[in-house]
Design a protein around this ligand. Structure first.
Ligand code: FES
Length: 140
């Protein structure tokens, strides 16, 4: 399917769901206040990959917490949950930065899905998506 519609009405802060899109798992997470604060507090100079990797933004957009999300919908992470090292599926809400942890070779990602350690070279990618209502997202 070129695009997929996801009902996110059941996602309270701190919960996620995963859908398949173009054969890949895409995680939709309603982040907690703390997760957003942690993501915003990061000094961008510390990031291994300085780019947002957000298909909804220009390719050179910096990897701020906001640029990993949508304007006005900053709680919501929508991200291809595939490690940018060799393509394993990272585990959510694991690892040193409280984001994602890849069990294959130990890459760690923060609460905005930005790589913070391990062999992964890039932040996990944010696909083209939009909110088509308050409770529905279209991916692709
Ligand atoms: Fe994730 Fe290697 S595939 S760290």
């Amino acid at each position: 399917l070129a695009s997929v519609e996801v009902d996110v009405s059941s996602l309270t802060p701190g919960t996620s769901l995963v859908v398949k899109w173009r054969g890949k798992p895409v995680v939709v997470r309603n982040r907690t206040e703390q997760e957003m604060k942690d993501g915003e507090a990061v000094n961008l100079a510390q990031l291994k990959d300085p780019l947002a990797r957000n298909a909804n933004l220009p390719a050179d957009a910096p990897a701020t917490d906001a640029n990993r999300t949508m304007p006005g919908k900053e709680a919501w992470m929508v991200m291809v949950q595939v490690c940018t090292h060799l393509g394993c599926i990272p585990l959510g809400q694991e690892g040193e930065f409280g984001g994602w942890f890849c069990p294959c070779h130990g890459s760690v990602y923060d609460t905005a899905g930005r790589v913070r350690g391990g062999p992964a070279p890039e932040n996990m990618s944010v696909p083209v998506f939009q909110f088509i209502s308050d409770t529905k997202i279209r991916i692709g």
